[in-house]
Design a binder for this molecule. Structure first.
Ligand code: MN
Length: 496
């Protein structure tokens, strides 16, 4: 029997009204999915329950958790939108519809489209919360993937690895990206997975014993220096990230020093540097492996001090030193900025590192934390940054109207083009190239011929037909919405 307390107990700051809302969503979903079963034969409700539980673990709001419980009632249980709106309000309906829409995007496989698809994925969701619900939904689907037919398993696992993991990682939600990665890896790359697992198995058993032994010595050394307010734990690299590292190290696992690392978590930044000094005073550090990611955060915003030391027993161990806040952010990423009703609200300085995480790796490394080089950023992200800068960094505000002003459409090759809302094929053509714009003879949307003044919609695939003899006309000027298209058409008409 699934108990709603498993969800509500996860967030301590829930008010009675919050719990009432979640209970209503719980009961509604349970009733609507009552006759349905998952491929596993389990009641369908388990799926939405687990999705909501993940959202609660991430500290999301009662609205988001309720939307998580209800995320499949329209699509799979045929609940009327009007009923959802009446019972739960327009916001929850908006989130459910967003999740449904996102679910309809299919990963199309071509290598060069990956980045476009990620961008599209983020854009279509219109709201960060929609993405987070979708990630939680995907997590449970991945956990139960073995019950699906083989070909479907492969498609979903690949999509997870290429799109979902990447989006979760760039939003800094390691808590999710790590799990998704490890669930998808064996299905997408079975041979590589087996090979990695075999290597790791031999290595980690030894590593663990050494770590435990060493943990005692560290605690002793810190106590001797009057440092008592700290916690330690281990982090084990995921199989998939070990695999990626093995590829770079010619499959030599002895060259990977951080399969298991010891974490020391402290209250303040100055404690971190202090502890690093103490450790280096006792143990010999490996040259070249001391990393100050506090002063110089990683491109995805990660902060910590890393060092690798000789334990003196013939082994080498990586130590990561960070504050509680850094640890929280490394695990929960953007959701740690959204955490529901916590007093910590302004403790996280409003930075936009999570937006940078949406960018391709190459571009991100050229951006410094404070000085985002706006020329490197696609316009839609730029607007989002500007929009965010004027708003408070709360969950509510992330439901932004920026996305209501832009649409995202595909070229037949799968590239995503962003345009203002109500743009027409004329705008699309000029965005691709002025030469294509100047010679439009017709346009197809999703394979159907359309008039040149047709408004484009999110997700449309646009194909532009050209004829060398075709020329811009006064009519086109009326159809165009973008300044770019208007500029080219005007200049053509003037030349004439
Ligand atoms: Mn679902």
């Amino acid at each position: 029997m699934l108990d709603i307390k498993e969800i509500t107990n996860l967030v301590k700051s829930f008010s009675p009204e919050d719990i009432e809302l979640i209970s209503r969503a719980f009961n509604f979903a349970k009733e609507r999915h009552a006759d349905q079963k998952r491929f596993s034969g389990e009641p369908y409700f388990i799926h939405v329950f687990e999705t909501a539980k993940t959202l609660a673990e991430l500290g999301m709001s009662p609205i988001t958790i309720s939307a998580g419980l209800l995320h499949d009632v329209i699509e799979d249980a045929k609940a009327e939108e009007s009923i959802i709106e009446k019972e739960f309000g327009p916001e929850i309906l908006f989130l459910i519809n967003g999740v449904t829409k996102l679910g309809k995007i299919k990963y199309r496989g071509a290598e060069r489209h990956k980045e476009s698809l990620r961008k599209f994925f983020v854009a279509v969701s219109q709201d960060i919360r929609v993405i987070i619900i979708k990630l939680a939904d995907r997590l449970h689907n991945m956990k139960t993937l073995q019950y699906l037919p083989g070909s479907k398993q492969e498609r979903i696992a690949k999509e997870t690895l290429e799109i979902y993991v990447s989006v979760a990682y760039r939003m800094g939600i390691r808590k999710l990206s790590r799990q998704l990665e490890d669930l998808a890896f064996p299905i997408v790359y079975p041979k590589e997975y087996e090979k990695t697992k075999a290597l790791v198995k031999i290595k980690t058993k030894k590593e663990f014993e050494k770590l435990k032994e060493f943990e005692k010595s560290i605690k002793k050394a810190l106590a001797k220096n009057n440092i008592t307010k700290f916690t330690t734990d281990y982090r084990i690299k995921t199989f998939y990230s070990i695999y990626k590292k093995l590829l770079k190290k010619d499959w030599n696992i002895e060259k990977i020093y951080d399969i298991a690392a010891l974490r020391i978590i402290l209250p303040e930044i100055k404690d971190c540097y202090n502890v690093l000094g103490i450790i280096h005073g006792v143990w010999q550090p490996l040259p070249g492996r001391i990393k100050d990611y506090i002063a110089f955060p990683k491109p995805n915003g990660y902060q910590a001090l890393h060092t690798t030391i000789f334990t003196g027993y013939g082994s080498i161990i990586e130590i990561q030193i960070k504050t509680k806040q850094m640890h929280q952010e490394a695990e929960y990423g953007i959701t740690s900025h959204l955490i529901y009703k916590k007093e910590t609200k302004n403790k996280f300085s409003p930075n936009f590192s999570w937006i940078k995480r949406l960018l391709p790796m190459k571009k991100r490394t050229s951006l410094s934390e404070e000085k985002i080089n706006f020329n490197d950023i696609p316009s839609w992200i730029k607007e989002l940054v500007e929009y965010q800068a004027t708003k408070q960094d709360s969950e509510q505000d992330l439901k932004d109207d920026f996305f209501k002003q832009r649409i995202f459409v595909f070229t037949p090759r799968g590239d995503v083009i962003d345009l203002p809302i109500d743009s027409t094929p004329i705008d699309f053509a000029y965005t691709i190239h002025s030469d294509i714009g100047d010679h439009i003879s017709g346009a197809k949307i999703n394979g159907k011929m359309v008039a040149l003044n047709t408004s484009l919609k999110n997700g449309d695939i646009i194909e532009i037909l050209t004829k060398e003899t075709n020329k811009p006309s006064q009519k086109w000027l009326e159809y165009a919405k973008t300044a770019n298209a208007k500029k080219h058409i005007k200049s053509f008409l003037q030349k004439k």
